[in-house]
Write a new protein. Sequence first.
Length: 340
Amino acid sequence: MITVEEHAPLRDLNTFGIPAFARYLVTIRTMDDLEELIHHPILRDHRYLILGGGSNILFTKDFDGLVIKSDLNGIEVQEQSDDMVNVRASSGENWHRLVLHCIDHNWGGIENLSLIPGTVGAAPIQNIGAYGVEVRQVIHSVEGVDLSTGSHRVLTLEECQFGYRDSIFKHALSKIFFISSITLRLTRKNHRLDTTYGAIREVLERKKISSPTLRDISDAVIEIRQSKLPDPAVIGNAGSFFKNPTVAGEVAESIRKEYPKIPTYPADHQQIKIPAGWLIEQCGWKGKTIGQVGVHPQQALVLVNYGNGTGEEILSLSKQIQESVREKFGIKLMSEVNII
Ligand code: FAD
Ligand code: EPU
């Protein structure tokens, strides 16, 4: 049975640690809870926001509506062969716990995505990615309910329309589709290990590991992440605040004339990806602090709340950064974080 909490504090429910409130909050713990919510008048009378672990959200004000939090739990094998296994995980599960569960069972495919904060249900929303791998590479299907109609739906990989930090859940199904579970297709043997990311290779070489296991890769990723990303339990943040922009080859080359050391990567559709962290650093923002908020000294793409910052202060800082990158390089940075 669901209970509707009123004037619910959100500070502990977002990794920026922003002290906002929700007019109403409902936690979904079972599929029966979800069914009850679908028929509850509160869903028709108020706007709503689906919340996972709050690690990719910036509250700039109180949310004058219903926050729906998934606490659906469970990880189960749906089917398996000698080579492959389909694993279904409920949306409220912690993502990194799922990664560790898969490594414990020697199921390969998400080890490079170790230590990404947040829940399983949010993973397909922006097609989480890190260290050479995106979750779309292992998604079999995504299950949930369209809250605007109450209809249950299972989306196939193709139907999810994944792109870099993008999916159908940010477009046609934006805000209305409550993901209840995802099914991953993972390897049971002949794992397709991805060690192409330079930093992973360096850690493995230093540890003299020539035939890495899933756990070796996971441990390397954890080590790299801990060395440069701030822990939200210590300093409020939501990871990369902006997406890495892609530009036409000519644009990248014209910047390279002035900045020969600009790092670039090939992207889809013959575009070139430029790390936003580099652009922000070139504009002099790295390590800057304005009041209680700032730009992380080790990773310029991460905006931080040093304690008592507000969502408006973070938003204002992000706009100043966007403006200076636009002025200096003519490139528009798009936020990755969901601004509420
Ligand atoms: P939330 O922040 O709660 O929500 C994010 C979005 O998903 C919102 O639009 C929300 O409405 C929606 N949503 C959440 N749950 C559901 C659901 N069940 N059904 C429908 N919609 C839902 N991301 C990466 O891709 N790669 C990284 O390497 C990475 N590193 C990070 C490092 C740090 C230190 C931090 C703080 C964040 C990082 N992130 C990274 C961003 C973040 O961890 C991911 O985007 C994560 O998937 C967000 O999960 P969440 O449960 O916290 O989602
Ligand atoms: N760089 C700088 N200065 C900085 C930060 C980065 O010059 O302050 C340059 C460096 O040249 C570095 C390059 O940017 O080589 C790339 O940096 P990094 O490897 O740290 O990755 P990123 O592009 O900044 C992306 C993702 C991260 C993900 C890492 C690892 C985006 C928006 N961010 O960051 O995802 O963990 O790659 O794969 O794509 C997130 O989405 O929240 C997130 C943390």
